[in-house]
Ligand binder design. Sequence first.
Ligand code: UT7
Length: 327
Amino acid sequence: MANNAGIIGMGHAYPSGILTNADLEKIVDTSDEWITSRTGIKQRHKAAEGEYTSQFGTLAAKQALDRAGLKAEDIEIIICATTTPDQIMPSTGALIQAEIGARNAAGMDVFAACSGFLYGLTMVESMIRTGQIRNALVIGAEILTKYVDYTDRSTCVIFGDGAGAAVVSAVPEDRGILATKIMSDGRFAEQLYAPGGGTRMGTTKETIDGGMHFFKMKGNELFKIAVRSMADISKEMLDKAGYTVDDVDLVIPHQANQRITDAVAGRLGVPEEKVYSNIAEHGNTSSASIPIALDECLQSGKIKEGDLVLLTAFGGGVTWGGTLVRF
Ligand code: UT7
């Protein structure tokens, strides 16, 4: 018999360092007024020198396991969604596996930018549904501030650091992930990318001097695709599961920009109070943004047992996804 897959425990972590809009005013030609009105961001967490992605992924994973009441040995797959791995090899998932002692698991990474957490959820959902595995860890972990160019005001004000983790296990039939879908369109690859550091350009003095390893973003063009993609896939997931927006208790969109969140909510016809936002405190943490937000809502009691929660993401690639979950 097919199992439903559900989130049974979550955790999140982020560096203690904070970069405020006032701090950024001293670094680039920007203002608190511009950042707040164009993005909704007031501050973002920023890793210190010596801090790296798997550290925060590990903290979040340990918390998620504790809350799920499972041991690391119970986990059979660890999918770490990240665009900012500790290093190109081995995977951050394998490094987190070693730190938590998940000796019965396979650790791996998913590179799907801000949609990565929903990519991971979608992959483990089918593994659990078909009975291939019982317990998975899906982590979104990023140290984006090490990949932004602090002379480029169009990107450096947006991104922040953090990690969130979910233990996903078999749950009763009316609970858990009711519909989920992931998509990409690589034709828009150059709208948000880091050109250097890979096999195409390599890593040379020229690529480093030219800042080719930093993220480049055509924010304005992404904005429109982001709104349309997240709204459309959200509607599709509701239709697939046989619900309407009125049935949804909470929408948690990827925290890219408050104006994107507002526009998605507007297109879906969801009132503001049913849409979660923490962008003011965290900025855009890419694959970590949905699990951090979800855990905040679970811890604060904003999500209660039985609630129907709609998750939707959009990111570089371009990638997008939608997941409907009954808690
Ligand atoms: O995470 C998922 C993938 N990413 C996204 O989905 C990001 C989507 N895009 C966005 O969030 C927005 O496009 C941004 C926040 C990145 C930019 O906001 P915008 O309203 O689209 O601004 P813009 O790029 O159209 O730029 C408007 C003006 C420009 O000046 P001019 O040419 O009109 O004189 C920019 O140079 O704002 C200027 N500008 C800034 N000014 C002050 C751009 N960045 C800044 C800044 N401070 N930090």
